[in-house]
Design a protein around this ligand. Sequence first.
Ligand code: UD1
Length: 430
Amino acid sequence: MEQYAIKGGNPLVGEVEIGGAKNAALPIIAASIMTDESVQVDNIPDVRDTNVLLDAMQEIGVMIKRNNRHSVSINASQVHDYVVDGDNIRKIRASYYFIGALLAKYKNAEVALPGGCDIGCRAIDQHIKGFRALGAEVVIEYGLIKAHAERLRGSHIYMDVVSVGATINIMMVAAMAEGTTIIENAAKEPHVVDLANFLNSMGANIKGAGTDVIRIKGVHSLHGTEYAIIPDQIEAGTFMFAAAITKGDITVKNVIPKHLESITAKLLEIGCEIEESDDAVRVVAAKPLRHTQVKTLPYPGFPTDMQPQITVALALSTGTSIVTESIFENRFKYVDELIRMGANIKVEGNTAIVNGVAKYTGASISAPDLRAGAALVLAALAAEGYSCVEDIHYIQRGYEDFHLKLQSLGAQIEKVDSGRDMQKFKLKIG
Ligand code: UD1
C-alpha cells in the first residue's frame, strides 16, 4: 500500500499552481451527458474521483477523448444504459450527480447509492425531495436509487438544509423540465455557480446561482460547449494553511481570491501576512500563530473541507482555540492521529478544544479521509523527525500530485510502497 514518507521541519517556501476544482469538475463532467453534442471540458484535475466518474460514463456508452491531462471531450450521443453501478462508482460521493443528469436527459436513472468519505451521515433526502417535486418517482432498491418520470415539470422547492449536492442535482433536472423552477435556500458555493455557468453555456436558462434563490426556466434540449473549470478553492486553502503550519511563505497561483476570503480572514486572525493580486495569494507566517475560534458553515462561511487544516494550525498556536463543526458530525476522526504527534486537543460532540503546543513530533499515522489526510501530511511536514502517512489513497481522491507540489516548495516527502522504502528514505535524507 502506498504511503507518504515525510521528514518534517522545513518551512515550505515558493509558488504553487492550483488546479481545477474537483467539486466543480464532478457535476460538470456528469452534466456533459445532458446533450448529444460534444462537450469539451478543460482544467479538470487529474485525481481519482474525476477519473472514476469518467470511467463510469464510458461503461454506459459515453465516448471520452482525453485531449491532454486536464482536458476531455465528452460525447453522450450513444448512451445505451441508464444504470450506473460499477465497483468504483459506489466508492465516490459524486455518483449521485448521474441521477440528476440522466433523469434530466432520459427521464430515467438507476445509480448506485453514493459512497465517499466517512465524515458523518450523508443523507440524500433533499435530492429525493427535489426530484419528486419535479415529477419523478424515486425508490431505493438493491443498493440503487431509481428515478423515473413521464414528464418533468418545474416547481417551487424549499431546501430544508443548505446542500451543495442537492442544489446541483435539482438544478440539472430543472434545466430540462417544463416551466420554471425556483430553488430557495440554495447552496451558494463557487462550484454551484460554476455548474450553472456551464449549463448556461449549453443553452440552459439559470439565474441567481451564487445567491440563495436560483430560478431556472427549463429548455427542451441543450447543445455542445467548451468550458474551463474554476480553480480549486480547497486545494488553494490547503497550501495557504501549509504556509501557516510550517512557518513558511507560499504563493498560491491561478486562484480566485474572492473564493478564498473566509480562509484569508482566518489566516490574518492567527497572525499570518497576506498579499493578494488578481489571481494569486501569498501567505507569509513570520510570527508565532495566535489562537482563534472557528465554526464551519456553508459558503461564504468557513468551509468544512478546511476544518482539519485549520485545526492542525491552531494546535500549534499560542493559547486555546475552539473549532466547531456544523456540517458533518463525524469530522474529527483525525484528532486521535494528531494527538499521537503531540497535539493537545479534546473533542466534545461537534466541538474541538485545541490547546496550542510548541511542536509536533513525527509518528506513523493514517489518513481517515481526504481533507483530514491532507491536513495530517501538513502536520507531519511541520513535525520534528520522520512520519509515515498511510491510506494516502484518500488524499489521491482530491489532490493532484500532492507530494510533488509539496516537494517543489521544499518539503521532504516521498511516496513509498513499503517499510523498506521508508528505511531507504531515512538513509537518503539522513
Ligand atoms: C459537498 C462536497 C464536500 C463538502 C460538502 C459541504 C462534493 C463532491 N462534495 O458534499 O466536499 O464537504 O459539499 O461543503 O462536492 N444533507 C441532508 N440531506 C441531503 C443532503 C445533505 O441532510 O439530502 C446534509 C448533510 O448531511 C450535511 C449537509 O447537508 O450535513 C451538507 O451536505 P452537502 O452540502 O449536501 O454536502 P455534499 O454535497 O455531500
